[in-house]
Design a protein around this ligand. Structure first.
Ligand code: ACO
Length: 323
């Protein structure tokens, strides 16, 4: 039996830190409100000349270093994002060129909003388990600040920019134990970006290319849905809640993370939480959190990890991973 094992992690955050105090100058909000309702203390913002693929390249380099793998030994790149630099080439192709990954190796983007990394991991796992690739880069990267209306206090306080990556390898020993993906396109009015290039540039105005969200309603759906996927994932593997060593959740809001941890009966010291440092980085949030906890020694080889995400679409998914 062939499994997909994570053999290296990496991440990148832009240099520029934007504090809650700076947002107080832009919209009617307060540091106290943002911390209490979201847990976010600060976020990172890309430089004017910096793009999503630039961040992805840095995160991928760090993951390759930690795995001790050369870019030339990668034979697949799957990159989750909802903010690609351009319509095409895909960000995955830009990463392939920048890192010198084998020409001809497949490289493509996966778009499932904040769930994109879990979707990318699932797709990669299928490639590796069926012999379609041996060693892959799975990346989550997003420049969410480029989708923000800085006059909308309901969204501009929530998001930030970043990238995270893992190197995975086909192996005889278990790594990814199962993945679970879902989507429901019927509730797009709760969370969307109204414009995309397919609608034509004449429809693009100041707000149509920006995130539109009914936050309170999204919050309730997210909590309900993430609770369900925890049950689904454990049941599929015949495992109990207490078997999970670490919850590595999508980092959108501390209160959503706490609700999922409660559902699992996991104390918060078994939950990786980084949202306070970078806000909701969409596709990047899970690999960023994973990398942080691997590098500071919390997550150790052999630990059982539950990764879970929820995002626009709606999309949601999970992965159970023996690290
Ligand atoms: N500062 C101050 N007050 C604010 C702000 C702000 N930034 N934003 C909203 N408020 C006000 C509202 O106007 C409202 O005022 P009112 O009572 O006078 O009408 C009050 O705060 C409460 O608003 P709610 O929306 O009910 O606040 P809630 O506790 O739900 O928190 C939040 C809002 C933080 C957006 C929360 O709903 C949330 O996190 N939702 C999920 C959002 C999310 O995670 N989306 C992404 C998930 S999918 C993905 O990751 C793409």
């Amino acid at each position: 039996m062939t499994y997909t094992r994570i053999i290296g992690t990496g991440s990148y955050l832009p240099e520029r830190i934007m504090t809650n105090a700076e947002l107080e100058a832009l919209v009617d909000t307060s540091d106290t409100w943002i911390r209490e309702r979201t847990g976010i203390a600060e976020r990172r913002v890309v430089a004017e000349n910096q793009t999503c693929s630039d961040m992805a390249i840095e995160a991928a380099r760090a993951a390759l270093d930690s795995a001790g793998v050369a870019a030339a030994d990668i034979d697949l790149i799957v990159l989750g994002t909802c903010t690609p630099d351009r319509v095409f080439p895909s960000n995955a192709c830009l990463v392939q060129r920048a890192l010198g990954v084998q020409q001809g190796a497949p490289a493509f983007d996966v778009a499932a909003a904040c769930s994109s990394f879990v979707f990318a991991l699932d797709v990669t796992d299928r490639f590796l388990r069926t012999g379609g690739a041996r060693r892959a880069l799975v990346i989550g990267a997003d420049t969410m600040t480029r989708l923000l209306n800085w006059r909308d206090r309901g969204t501009c306080v929530l998001f930030g920019d970043g990238a995270g990556a893992v190197v995975v390898e086909a192996s005889d020993t278990p790594g990814i134990l199962s993945t679970h993906l879902h989507a429901d396109g019927t509730q797009e009015d709760l969370l969307n970006v109204p414009w995309g290039p397919g609608l034509g540039y004449e429809r693009l105005d100041e707000t149509s290319g920006k995130i539109s969200m009914r936050g309170n309603e999204v919050f309730k759906v997210a909590v309900r849905t993430l609770g369900r996927i925890v049950d689904e994932t454990l049941a599929a593997n015949g495992l109990k809640k207490e078997d999970v060593d670490w919850l590595v959740p999508h980092q959108a809001n501390v209160r959503i993370i706490q609700a999922t941890a409660r559902k699992l009966g996991l104390p918060m010291d078994r939950v990786v939480q980084t949202v306070q440092h970078h806000g909701n980085t969409s596709s990047a949030s899970i690999p960023l959190a994973l990398d942080a906890a691997v590098r500071d020694g919390r997550i150790k080889p052999g630990d059982l990890l539950l990764l879970e995400a929820f995002g626009g679409g709606f999309t949601w998914g999970s992965a159970l991973v023996r690290f």
